[in-house]
Design a protein around this ligand. Structure first.
Ligand code: ATP
Length: 572
């Protein structure tokens, strides 16, 4: 394999032309000790793609900072997203609007790619799933039947002094107990975060409390955290509010998360409607239409991607919990029975995990949370969350629930329409059961950005970049003319750019030193940089394509660029 130091590639190419000529792919190694990056010459896209380094078969190259993710703070992600046009706070010129976000030029591309990948994987690539796109506002009776009007609420506590509101299940208190005598001197109260941060905040509050009680320096027992839904009135009277530092919190009460609106000219009770808090109900109320209009046979699924709205009490952690977000949900209808759902549920958990890996989430950052007992909705047979290790802790990324026949039965009762299924083979009628994989677009985007965040060092120079999987990267390719003042070179690059942009979202960058341009592309996760240089036009020697993660380069004929990138981006 011909390996050349990029910094000396130009001169070497001329010297070794005979050895490196296209047509006969040479394996004569030409290596330099002071290598900056590696250029390998290939005559066809197929050979170049086959030789592309995989993550577990890395040659020498950048030195990865393995601690980068452990040290990553959410502020860095938020700042990167704003700086590079991925995500902005909504209505920022009016000081923002809590719980709402806008996607910038790169974010909009990323979002599109994520939704396309989901649709391709679960709808187009499967014969047993079809898609729909329902209205956001349904007949309000929908929400009565589904149980959302009565039960879609979170427990909320108010701070009487600051008027701030908190989700009671996200505020944790602990008694401060003296090590020596076991007596309780008071309480600390902290917001849910990762264990380390919660203990740090609780320790600082406990120190202040001991000082107030003139017990400075006394040893205390380990904190025993409980959320505020589990405290008595007597305890609440001693628990400090995070806002006032005084016991000014109310007891928890239910707060319905649905946003209300009025439909039509009348603004009274008869015109009240709701913005959907999930996309799932739009699927259930269309069940009969889909069964009647398409050739689906049990087991089959209906998928929907779309906006959902929840008046979250405490939207936080950036786009992890917002008030307007998008969901990608599937209702997969299966035969009824006490045992039948189990293999389907298992399979959907496995398929969901495989999808998340395929779009680039690191395996080691994912886990499972199996809901049992009180954690399970009363109608659900089972629910397993796939979790992700965000910088603020391990949290639910998606849920896969076995919901029995609760939803179709409820809508059947509410609407008076029979929502059953007739099995042509067995001549039986039944209400199907359902498995529901449900994934937030925005939460997945946050996980993808976190998972892709990487730092390394190249010849002593630090680099931070987003190692997005090519299929979801907002920009797939950057086309870089080596210089901007040589017309034929720029023209050749433009011509290539025009061709590539018919297939993918491609970026043109002709400003600054080539190294700076590579870094700019790396920071937003562009997987490939195509450089058109003097050899391209003077020797008809093709272009170089640089791989973001390894920084290795291949030199291939210009006609082979599209086949090469197709393989690397789309997999075929
Ligand atoms: P949580 O417990 O975090 O509030 P949930 O269990 O209520 O979530 P579901 O109703 O099961 O969530 O919604 C399915 C998916 O939709 C979640 O796994 C998540 O990816 C996404 N999601 C739910 N609420 C929000 C939100 N407020 N902001 C962003 N994504 C959300």
């Amino acid at each position: 394999m011909a390996i050349i130091n990029k910094s000396v590639a130009l001169t070497m190419f001329l010297t070794f032309q005979g050895v490196l000529s296209f047509g006969s792919i040479s394996r004569h190694a030409v290596t330099s000790t002071s290598r900056r990056s590696i250029v390998t010459v290939f005559s066809t896209a197929e050979q170049a793609a086959a030789a592309a380094p995989t993550s577990n078969e890395k040659k020498e190259g950048p030195i990865k900072n393995e601690q980068a993710y452990a040290n990553l703070k959410m502020e860095e992600i938020v700042s990167l997203c704003k700086r590079r046009g991925i995500i902005f706070p909504s209505s920022e010129i009016y000081n923002g609007f809590a719980g709402f976000f806008d996607y910038g030029p790169l974010g909009a591309e990323l979002k599109r790619n994520v939704k396309d990948a989901f649709w391709k994987n679960f709808v187009h690539n499967r014969e047993d799933v079809v898609g729909i796109d329902s209205s956001i506002i349904h007949n309000p009776i929908t929400w009565q039947s589904s149980g959302h009007l009565d039960g879609f609420s979170d427990p909320m506590v108010d701070c009487r002094e600051t008027k701030l509101r908190y989700r009671a299940d996200q505020l944790f208190c602990s008694p401060v107990v003296l090590e020596e005598c076991g007596s309780t001197v008071g309480f600390v109260c902290v917001l849910e975060a990762n264990d380390e941060d919660m203990v740090k905040e609780a320790t600082s509050q406990a120190k202040k409390l001991l000082k107030e009680k003139e017990m400075k320096g006394s040893a205390i027992k380990a904190f025993q955290f409980r959320d505020l839904t589990q405290v008595t009135e007597e305890e609440m009277a001693q628990i400090p509010s995070p806002g006032s530092n005084k016991p000014t919190l109310t007891m928890p009460r239910d707060f319905n998360l649905m946003f209300q609106t009025n439909v039509g000219a009348m603004q009274d009770a008869s015109s009240v409607a709701y913005l959907r808090p999930e996309t799932a109900q739009g699927i259930f109320i269309n069940y009969k239409n889909v069964v009647g209009s398409s050739r689906v046979k049990i087991p089959f699924g209906i998928a929907q991607i779309g906006k959902a709205f929840r008046n979250e009490i405490t939207p936080r952690n950036f786009i992890f919990r917002s008030r307007e977000f998008e969901q990608m949900e599937i209702e997969y209808f299966i035969p009824p029975g006490d045992e039948e759902w189990k293999p389907y549920h298992e399979k959907w958990i496995a398929d969901s995990r495989a999808f998340l890996e395929q779009v680039g989430l690191k395996d080691e950052l994912m886990g499972y949370d199996v809901h049992e007992g009180d954690g399970l909705a009363h109608y659900a047979r089972a629910c397993t969350d796939i979790t992700f290790k965000f910088p603020f802790g391990v949290q639910e990324l998606m849920g896969i629930a076995a919901r029995g026949d609760f939803d179709l039965k409820s809508h059947s009762e509410g609407s008076g329409k029979v929502l059953d299924y007739f099995d042509e083979e067995t001549k039986e009628k039944f209400i199907p059961h359902v498995i529901e994989p449900s994934l937030g677009v925005d939460r997945l985007i946050l996980a993808l950005i976190c998972s892709a965040y990487a730092e390394d060092e190249i010849n002593g120079e630090k680099r931070s970049y987003l190692s997005f999987h090519p299929s979801i990267a907002p920009v797939k390719v950057a086309v870089l003319p080596l210089v901007k003042n040589k017309e034929p070179l720029v023209e050749a690059a433009r011509d290539l750019f025009d061709k590539l942009s018919k297939r993918w979202n491609v970026q043109w960058d002709q400003t600054g030193a080539i190294g700076r341009r590579y870094r700019r592309a790396d920071e937003v996760g562009v997987p490939f940089c195509v450089t058109v240089d003097f050899e391209t036009i003077e020797d008809n020697a093709g272009v170089t394509i640089r791989d973001r993660d390894s920084t290795d380069q291949v030199r291939i004929p210009i006609d082979e660029v599209i086949p090469y990138l197709s393989k690397m981006i789309d997999g075929y």
